[in-house]
Design a protein. Structure first.
Length: 266
């Protein structure tokens, strides 16, 4: 994958929109009246005619039948638009079928190891990008003596059973993540979100905060302050902030975890 993948997704949406509009037009044309509209100017007025034969001037449409003239005009517009949309659909579909989003990356991947050592690639594979992303060193917050021990399927220690659920769901979907990776704004530490996740397809970072004790007033106030720091930091994109939450009487729903992953990370 590469940075052009969102563009390919946009093309897919565009194709679906064009197909939808083609269906709408074809249904309208199927119900359209026979003939075509001819407009003739007589003095300062216009007269409408319904042409049913190629070389015939057409039958005069009286003013009381303006609705017929409008339907014929709509028919002509729809027919012209249909040709344009069908051509656009053909061209876009042809491009989509011929375009290989991995072709640029494969130029480097096909080099021998000796040549790779001498070259700085402009495009990197997903695997190389993920490896570089995960290799960034950072200091984790650590745990205090007496903290409960919870471990993910990867054997990584986290702070709660809910974080285990989130981490294991990320693992199932092959979403790379960094646990409690620090976020800075203008060089000042904002927070260390529970999970810093990578959307590989878009090559974008997302930050997942799980608010697990919202029934605890002190905890709630502390985390409201944390969220405000994210939102108010002018160099932090708050649209990349993923939130899940729970209380003692309302535990974390696994469906919510899956939906957040689908919405932001796949």
């Amino acid at each position: 994958m590469n940075e052009y993948m969102p563009f390919i997704d946009d093309l897919e949406k565009l194709l679906k929109d064009i197909e939808k509009n083609i269906n709408v037009i074809n249904k309208r044309l199927a119900k359209a009246p026979e003939g075509s509209l001819r407009i003739s100017k007589r003095g300062n007025k216009y007269q409408y005619y319904n042409k049913t034969e190629q070389y015939h001037p057409g039958k005069y449409i009286p003013r009381k039948d303006d609705a017929l003239a409008a339907r014929l005009a709509q028919k002509d517009y729809d027919a012209r638009l249909l040709k344009v949309l069908e051509e656009q659909h053909r061209v876009i579909k042809q491009f989509r079928n011929r375009y290989d989003p991995n072709a640029a990356q494969q130029v480097y991947e096909m080099l021998s190891n000796q040549r790779k050592d001498l070259v700085t690639p402009l495009y990197t594979s997903d695997e190389a990008f993920i490896k570089e992303w995960q290799s960034v060193p950072y200091r984790k917050l650590g745990f205090k003596e007496g903290d409960q021990e919870h471990y993910t399927a990867k054997g990584e220690r986290v702070r709660s059973k809910s974080e285990v659920m989130i981490a294991d769901a990320l693992l199932r979907h092959n979403i790379p993540y960094r646990y409690e990776f620090p976020v800075y704004s203008h060089g000042v530490l904002i927070a260390a979100p529970d999970f810093n996740c990578l959307n590989v397809r878009l090559r974008k970072d997302y930050y997942w905060e799980h608010l697990g004790k919202l029934g605890d007033q002190d905890y709630a106030n502390k985390n409201v302050n944390k969220i405000e720091k994210y939102v108010l930091a002018d160099d932090f994109d708050a649209s990349r902030l993923i939130l899940t939450m729970e209380t003692d009487t309302h535990p974390l729903n696994t469906k919510v975890i899956e939906e957040q992953i689908r919405k932001y990370l796949l």
